[in-house]
Design a protein around this ligand. Structure first.
Ligand code: HEC
Ligand code: HEC
Ligand code: HEC
Ligand code: HEC
Ligand code: HEC
Length: 447
């Protein structure tokens, strides 16, 4: 088997970033943390992590016996992680701006099998085989033997006939089965759901460390507990994982549902889209308190509670997603007398709305949602797990009467501006982004 040493590969993005003129990187001393990540991955998993193409099996092979799990996974965002039409433009732009230096940063998470079998680079995926194109698939996850570092895909792979999972007591005619503790732990997910910029050390995605430090992490309510069951929250899914397998109380569900209803709808996966909306609705609650002053000023306080997510909302690519508040006040005739957070006729959200999200600062100090340009965090307003965020609106009521107040917490997977920009750059028309109501509350006030 042809083998390279991982230390070179793992340190590659770091070394390349440090050596180029991109984002003033050449004059930049990498913070200890970023350096630590690159070095630790190299050191701890000092195994040979480049394998022959074909070392990982095609998910179609597993489908033969694990048909339910295959169906669930095949419609998941993991299966779509590379071919994703919404990922590709961002990835390509990163590559153009960094002269191809990001391919071995983004690739290991979005196309781990390609990265581990030397089919990436080149960045455009032209060397990919059929297995590589299917993103994060069965045989990548089930041949992991450990996690070397908790960021930037620090998994250790041992592809082969032994499939590792949460039990180890099953029998399969096709493969060996082995118990693997890491598969039952949040760290298994966290090593990919934790992205650290290799030069600036900015925590681009921080889902795992956020979880680790909050109540869910402390009580060890894992990512799997919520995301590998059919419904939001901790759930059960009794059955068999393979036709010939044993009956079990709870079979790990493989849809890995998150908030991506827009993409799932666009792909024609209605069931998955509805599951994503269910997750979004389970995450939040909105509560109102209001007071009208003698001069007719309505003081409206909107409390947004994160009741269902094991991490901040939003989490993940929070610099791409958008959560915001819509507030509308109507008089007795149904006429809108105040509005914030509405969507205009170009499908853009009111720029003055209250936003819950994160944005970076680039080298010039401008706000950006482009992860590879991140030099620092520029804006961070997210709602912590089991916590809340409040906003008070001062609204001048136009006259005596009764008013209805509607508030909604809204979610979008992308900003319309991002999609418009993709259209301008590539000519690709992606469907207009849709909005999901995560929570709502209504009240009536009198002046
Ligand atoms: C010939 C049928 C067959 C094929 C093909 C097959 N499996 Fe299995 N697999 C089984 C059976 C049966 C079990 C045992 C299920 C049980 O009793 O819980 C199993 C168990 C597993 C487990 C559970 C390990 C644990 O925790 O005990 C994993 C993981 C797994 N298979 C992964 C795979 C992957 C990945 C593929 C494709 C590369 C695959 N299987 C292909 C039949 C098959
Ligand atoms: C992102 C990584 C990932 C991918 C992709 C993935 N799995 Fe799993 N799988 C897991 C984890 C983690 C568990 C254990 C979850 C738990 O028990 O908490 C698991 C559990 C299983 C089990 C044991 C189920 C049980 O409860 O007895 C089988 C069988 C299995 N996976 C097969 C597959 C097959 C087949 C595919 C592809 C169609 C697949 N997995 C794709 C991570 C993955
Ligand atoms: C090899 C890296 C990797 C591993 C391991 C991994 N993920 Fe992911 N995950 C990703 C990537 C990349 C995406 C984004 C795919 C996309 O949207 O194109 C993603 C997306 C998701 C989403 C978002 C789905 C949505 O609707 O937007 C959820 C939820 C998720 N993963 C949960 C998990 C859980 C739970 C585990 C552990 C059992 C896990 N992931 C393990 C890389 C990984
Ligand atoms: C208590 C249940 C719970 C736990 C534990 C949990 N999540 Fe979530 N997660 C949710 C809910 C509900 C949502 C939908 C709200 C949202 O999208 O923010 C979600 C959303 C997500 C998303 C999609 C974010 C987006 O909108 O793009 C990702 C990715 C994700 N979770 C990953 C993880 C990972 C990784 C872990 C473990 C470190 C984890 N989750 C732990 C409940 C949970
Ligand atoms: C350590 C693993 C990791 C690395 C490295 C990584 N990503 Fe991701 N990426 C993820 C995860 C996890 C998600 C899903 C988060 C969520 O759903 O909110 C994701 C989601 C995305 C999305 C949103 C896709 C969607 O379906 O909405 C884009 C775009 C993206 N990544 C671009 C990039 C680019 C460009 C790079 C390289 C500069 C990169 N990623 C590097 C793990 C990674």
């Amino acid at each position: 088997m042809k083998r390279f040493v991982l230390s070179v590969m793992a340190a590659l993005p770091f070394m390349l970033f440090a050596g180029c003129g991109w984002s003033n990187a050449s004059s930049h001393t990498a913070p200890a943390e970023a350096e630590k990540v690159a070095e630790a991955v190299a050191e701890k998993s000092g195994k040979d992590q480049i394998f022959e193409p074909g070392s990982f099996e095609n998910p179609q092979v597993c489908a033969g016996c694990h048909s339910d799990i295959y169906e669930q996974w095949a419609h998941s965002m993991h299966a779509n992680a590379w071919e994703n039409k919404w990922y590709q433009p961002d990835y390509m732009m990163a590559n153009e701006e960094t002269d191809g230096l990001t391919e071995m940063l983004c690739g290991p998470c979005h196309a781990p099998i390609a990265a581990r079998t030397g089919l990436l680079p080149p960045a455009d995926g032209s060397k990919f085989d059929a297995t590589s194109r299917r993103g994060i698939s069965c045989d990548f996850c089930h041949t992991v033997t450990g996690v070397a570092e908790m960021a930037n895909m620090g998994h250790i792979s041992e592809p082969g006939n032994t499939k590792r999972g949460p039990r180890g007591d099953g029998e399969s005619l096709y493969h060996e089965v082995a118990f693997s503790e890491i598969h039952t732990k949040a760290d298994f997910c966290g090593s990919c759901h934790m992205v650290i910029h290799p030069i600036t050390g900015v925590h681009i995605i921080d889902t795992w460390e956020d979880w680790k430090n909050n109540e869910y992490g402390k009580q060890n309510i894992t990512c799997q507990n919520c995301h590998m069951t059919p419904t939001p929250g901790v759930g059960q899914n009794p059955g068999r994982s393979a036709g010939m397998g044993a009956q079990r109380d709870n079979i790990a569900f493989h849809t890995f549902t998150g908030g991506s209803s827009y993409i799932q709808d666009a792909l024609g996966n209605e069931k998955q889209a509805e599951m994503a909306r269910e997750f979004l609705r389970a995450a939040a609650e909105v509560k109102l308190s209001e007071k009208v002053a003698d001069d007719g000023t309505l003081e409206l306080t909107v409390d947004v509670h994160n009741v269902g997510a094991g991490h901040k909302i939003p989490t993940g690519t929070t610099y791409i997603r958008k959560l915001w508040l819509q507030v509308e006040v109507m008089d007795g005739n149904g006429k809108v007398v105040y509005s914030s957070g509405h969507i205009d006729d170009k499908n853009n959200v009111d720029p003055d709305a209250v936003f819950f999200r994160l944005l970076f600062l680039d080298a010039e100090g401008n706000l950006t949602g482009k992860s590879w340009r991140a030099h620092a965090i520029g804006y961070d307003r997210r709602i912590p797990a089991k916590g809340k965020d409040s906003e008070t609106y001062s609204i001048k009521l136009p006259g005596k009467g009764e008013y209805t107040v509607n508030t909604r917490l809204m979610y979008r997977s992308f900003t319309q501006a991002t999609l418009d920009e993709i259209h301008e750059r590539t000519g690709d028309s992606l469907p207009p982004v849709t909005s999901v109501e995560m929570a709502a509350a209504q009240t009536r006030v009198k002046f």
